[in-house]
Design a protein around this ligand. Sequence first.
Ligand SMILES: Cc1ncc(COP(=O)(O)O)c(C=O)c1O
Length: 388
Amino acid sequence: MNQFNRIISEIEPSRSVTLMAKAKEMQREDPSVINLCGGEPDFPTPERICREVEKALKEGDTHYSDFRGNADLRARIAEKLLTENGVSCTADDILITPGGKFAVYLAVRALINPGDEAIWLTPGWVSYPSIVQASGGMPVAVHLDQEEEYKVHRKMLEAAASDRTKLLILNSPNNPTGKVFSKEDLAEIKAFLMAHPDVSVLSDEIYESIVYEDFHAESLAADPDLSERVIVVNGFSKSSAMTGWRIGYLMCRNQAMPVIQKLFQHTLSCVSGFLQRGALVALDCKEETEQMRKAYSRRRDLLLRELGNVPGLKLFTPEGAFYAWIRFDVKEDSQTIATRLLEEAKIGGVPGDAYGEEGGTFVRFSFAASDEVLLEMTKRLRRFMTDL
Ligand SMILES: Cc1ncc(COP(=O)(O)O)c(C=O)c1O
């Protein structure tokens, strides 16, 4: 009997990825299925980004590029981090990666030794604990409460910390809740970090450009007391509707960078140079990103209006990202409810337990879909709750 890698064999498949594939398959047989499982903008990639890549291909920009990424793209990202996020770094602190997910993987692999612990906040993105496990580490969940609007308290982090804690993983705006860290949350996190100087931070800022009302996603890397300890992960998937391009980046100002770079050299070599040409243009597509943000904001208001008074449902008001994180006041667990929603109401969402949610029955629905689709989804959800 073949012995596959034990650690990887035991990791759960990504539930959002597998559910998205299942709902897509169902959709092919029954077009009335509404698939809100994925985390993908429903807009096309802005035209001028695509045109730049066509040009790059015509110019023959099809060979290995600098393993760190194109120098002009890295310099432009360093400038963006300074002017938009207050993070001071240089082009040498940037690595271009095939998507933000791989940037998370590289950072975790570089920081975690077997047996080390990484704290992640739940509800949180499905891939953090799996990537930590794949690195031989132990994910330690700190559960935040919807009743408390997902506030972070230093004492929760202290309770999860041990002498094996190496990493704290943060994500704001958060997938799946849409929560954006407040100044108070960041102060609590900082107090914890100042008392634990050996703990590094991975700050996943992939939804940074999608925030609502007056919410603003601040980067901990902008704090001079912490900047050298924070690895920032970001990318183009969500801000520029470029999920299929697989392009993202990380910023690291400490000695983890050469370790990350070595792993990258031996696994990916580099990101396609012609795609990076498109990413460079994407950083100037402010107007297009803003148009998409406004559409998400309108759809968020639609959901809040249509679902606000449905008995048995509670929707956390998203402060950023494009997910409706809905609590179902039912006895069944989230897996059962998500399966029933797909089979009976033909709405695909991801069950809350995939995000480490243990405090109730939650399902995550993406609202990166047209107003018509979302209106139909709210009608079906209302009916589903009445029939329940
Ligand atoms: C919280 C979070 N981080 C990172 C990613 C990775 O995005 P990508 O690899 O497409 O850049 C995602 C994608 O869904 C996400 O939700």
